[in-house]
Design a protein around this ligand. Structure first.
Ligand code: ARG
Length: 403
């Protein structure tokens, strides 16, 4: 009988490297590793590919998913101004559904009946992987050796040493890091004391915002909510993020230190850096203020929050997320034009906006000559607008409901 085949989400780190041998042994299975490039940078993907083979994988696949990640995951997040708890640009939450899709496709292609990941049992990522994988193919069995089969850190190190795995067990950083082109998440021991401040050492995408340096003025052009040019040069979504990561990162923009509500019920301390995401969202929000009609703009703010929570909670492959994206796409029609932004000392500040589709009317807004707004109409408008408030307030005073 042919051996059972397992597709493993492989990062190249200690845990997933050990998991290859661990799974092969425990399940008497063949392990096929899938490493996804979602713009995390760091190690060469070919080195990671070879390491999987050296650790005993029968097949090692490296996928360049950067463009797809930028276009189909980061762009919807930008259009949604996605900030979980008003701050976290849902960095890790965005990559998990795409990686899950890649795992399921690999399982189909290589005749695997099992999919594995290296998440622990305390985080959101296990939920995102498993809900996404099951949504795409409920017949696949899912295993999580770190969570379910006692693969603790000490045992992983012993296993690596006993089996002479080509990984430096001492090189493991004290931080738990997840990164992609949309940003970077860092968790670590000393930050678990929420009174401790982050140290400069943990940051990789951003410079220290307090270092004196000249400012950087940038012009970002959007078409229907999509960033299409920077300083007049056409860019793809991926290029837009990469350029903004560099330029906003050099100004120390996009550092976030927060306590966050995880889906599993834990409150956790997270440090993020997402220079490109934060700078792009800042520009996009302000262009929306100029071009989006008031009622849809107000409604969209609620949609944005719901979208961020859904995606954070691992519910990417759901009818609600798809439907909200259709609403957002429709609302973004006309979010076109230029934003001028000054980036300096950790802040991106919009200083200018211009758009052919602007709803801002100088003639209506001005207090100078040229004013076309008929102020005499305001008095009657206020009387009718305020009528129910005035009536009910009088009633509530009379019956003492106005406490
Ligand atoms: N708390 C964030 C989230 O749930 C980031 C988790 C990333 N993982 C990590 N190892 N730092 O989306």
């Amino acid at each position: 009988m042919a051996k059972k085949r397992v597709v493993l989400a492989y990062s190249g780190g200690l845990d997933t490297s050990v998991a290859i041998g661990w799974i092969s042994r425990d399940l008497d299975a063949e392990v096929i590793c899938v490493a996804a490039d979602v713009g995390q940078g760091g190690e060469d993907m070919n080195v990671i590919k070879q390491r999987a083979l050296d650790c005993g994988a029968v097949e090692s696949i490296v996928l360049d998913l950067k463009e797809e990640f930028a276009n189909d995951y980061c762009l919807p997040a930008l259009k949604a101004n996605a900030l979980y708890m008003d701050r976290y640009p849902v960095v890790s939450s965005l990559s998990r559904p795409l990686i899950s899709k890649a795992l399921v496709e690999a399982a189909h292609k290589h005749n695997a009946s099992v999919v594995g990941h290296g998440c622990t049992g305390k985080g959101n990522d296990q939920v995102r992987f498993e809900v996404s994988i099951s949504a795409l193919d409920p017949s696949l069995e899912i295993i999580a050796p770190v969570r379910d089969s006692g693969m603790t850190r000490d045992k992983a190190i012993t296993f690596a040493e006993e089996h002479n795995l080509p990984i430096n067990v001492n090189k493991k950083s004290p931080y738990s890091i997840d990164q992609n082109v949309w940003g970077r998440a860092v968790e670590t021991g000393f930050l678990e004391d929420i009174w401790n401040g982050p140290i400069e050492d943990i940051y990789a995408y951003t410079e220290d915002p307090s270092t004196p340096r000249p400012n950087d003025e940038i012009l970002i052009t959007f078409k229907d909510g999509v960033p299409v040019a920077i300083d007049g040069q056409d860019v793809s979504m991926l290029q837009a993020i990469e350029i903004m990561n560099k330029r906003a990162g050099a100004q120390g923009i996009g550092r976030i230190d927060m306590v966050e509500d995880r889906l599993v019920g834990i409150k956790s301390r997270e440090v993020y850096e997402a220079p490109g995401a934060i700078a792009l969202i800042t520009a996009h929000q302000e262009l929306s203020n100029v071009t989006m009609e008031r009622e849809i703009a107000r409604y969209k703010r609620g949609v944005e929050q719901r979208w961020s929570e859904l995606v954070y909670d691992g519910l990417w492959f759901t009818p609600l997320r798809r439907a909200l994206d259709r609403f957002i796409d429709s609302a973004e029609a006309g979010v076109s034009g230029d934003i001028r932004m000054n980036m300096h000392a950790g802040k991106a500040v919009v200083t200018g906006r211009r758009s052919e589709e602007s709803l801002y009317s100088f003639d209506l807004a001005t207090y100078d000559t040229g004013d076309t707004f008929d102020q005499s109409m305001a008095k009657g408008f206020i009387e009718i607008f305020g009528m129910t408030t005035v009536l009910s307030a009088a009633r509530d005073r009379k019956f003492k409901h106005d406490k």
